[in-house]
Design a protein around this ligand. Structure first.
Ligand SMILES: Nc1ncnc2c1ncn2[C@@H]1O[C@H](COP(=O)(O)OP(=O)(O)OP(=O)(O)O)[C@@H](O)[C@H]1O
Ligand SMILES: [Mg+2]
Length: 308
């Protein structure tokens, strides 16, 4: 019988000496799901992914990836997953084609499929005309697509992507997410970490970790509605950075959202005037203030700051 879950772990823990990087994490990821694994820097995302990929051994806990046991079947797991590490693991001095050749060797792509899979990567990454160029000469977005292609040359059913879009431009990010959605549409499971909340919104389900522990989980809309007890005031001001600092000094929870400042409040109606007063006293003019529905970023900031 095929398991319902692509990833199922219980109590997964990783200690480095006295320091606990991942602390008794339970996760279930359904087959075909786009699963977003979020958390601030150092939360333990990459460490968790490396344990799931069989690259480092857990300190304790149990679980399966693709139905294979993380303790006893790491080699089987490696054959069934694709892994794109946080720093794309391409060889910069080698050409595009040489990288594809190298990874198809690593992943034991069968001889009769090699030609077809290599052509598939060149096409998927839209990189045909650069195939003889060294990777170091490629733009970030191209490198990223090539790294994804190389990670899934062997057509694994489960794909781990560790911050695949960090440092690439918005258009490339969008194209990359189109690829992720296509893969999920074909029934593949995508386990992805990101710091971009607009991307997190594209995931079917999210787990947020902080200092190695899970602090929230659900679909993006569940997270927005159940974890956001506060009202959000969105302010348009001349100097958003300065305004944010002033509001924080006044004891409010304020963060930047593009050109605007978001403030979480117990009640928008009863605090609106006070915000106006605080900023006016500091010599700033509010050009606009309104109550907005919480974004995932608001939820993230509120949950993480609540813990710190
Ligand atoms: N090999 C190691 N030895 C000691 N500490 C480590 C090791 N690898 C990671 N850590 C620590 O474990 C914690 C979690 O690191 P990890 O890389 O998993 O975080 P992350 O959530 O991926 O962060 P980021 O968003 O910055 O990539 C960090 O405090 C990190 O310094
Ligand atoms: Mg990381």
């Amino acid at each position: 019988m095929v398991d319902e879950y692509a990833v199922e772990i219980k109590g997964l823990t990783k200690k480095f000496g006295d320091f606990t990087a991942v602390d008794r994490i339970d996760l279930k990821v359904r087959r075909g799901e786009i699963f977003g694994f979020l958390g601030p820097n150092g939360a333990g995302k990459s460490t968790t992914i490396k344990m799931l990929c069989g690259l480092i051994m857990p300190s304790s806990g149990s679980g399966t990836v693709g139905g294979f046991d993380i303790w006893t079947e790491p080699e089987e797991i490696k054959m069934n997953i694709g892994y794109m590490s946080q720093r794309f693991s391409l060889y910069e001095e080698l050409t595009v084609m040489e990288n594809i050749d190298f990874f198809s060797g690593i992943y034991n792509v069968p001889r009769n499929k090699k030609k077809q899979r290599k052509a598939w990567v060149l096409n998927m990454a839209q990189i045909e005309e650069k195939k003889d160029h060294p990777v170091k000469t490629l733009a970030g977005g191209l490198k990223q697509r090539l790294a994804l292609g190389c990670a899934i040359l062997h057509e694994p059913p489960i794909i781990f992507l560790d911050e695949p879009t960090s440092g690439v431009d918005p258009l490339s990010r969008r194209n990359f997410w189109r690829l992720i959605e296509e893969m999920a549409g074909e029934g593949k499971t995508v386990f992805v970490t990101t710091h971009y909340m607009d991307e997190a919104d594209n995931c079917h389900r999210l787990v947020l970790i902080h200092r190695g522990k899970i602090i929230a989980e659900g679909t993006p809309s569940e997270l927005r509605s159940s974890y956001m007890k506060f009202d959000i005031a969105e302010l348009l001001v001349d100097q958003p950075f300065v305004a944010m600092d002033i509001l924080r000094d006044a004891g409010l929870e304020a963060s930047l959202h593009g050109e605007t400042v978001h403030v979480s409040l117990e009640s928008y109606e009863s605090c609106q005037d006070e915000i106006g007063r605080i900023l006016k006293n500091a010599g700033l003019t509010i050009k606009g203030i309104e109550k907005v529905p919480p974004s995932l970023e608001d939820v993230f900031v509120t949950l993480v700051e609540g813990r710190e």
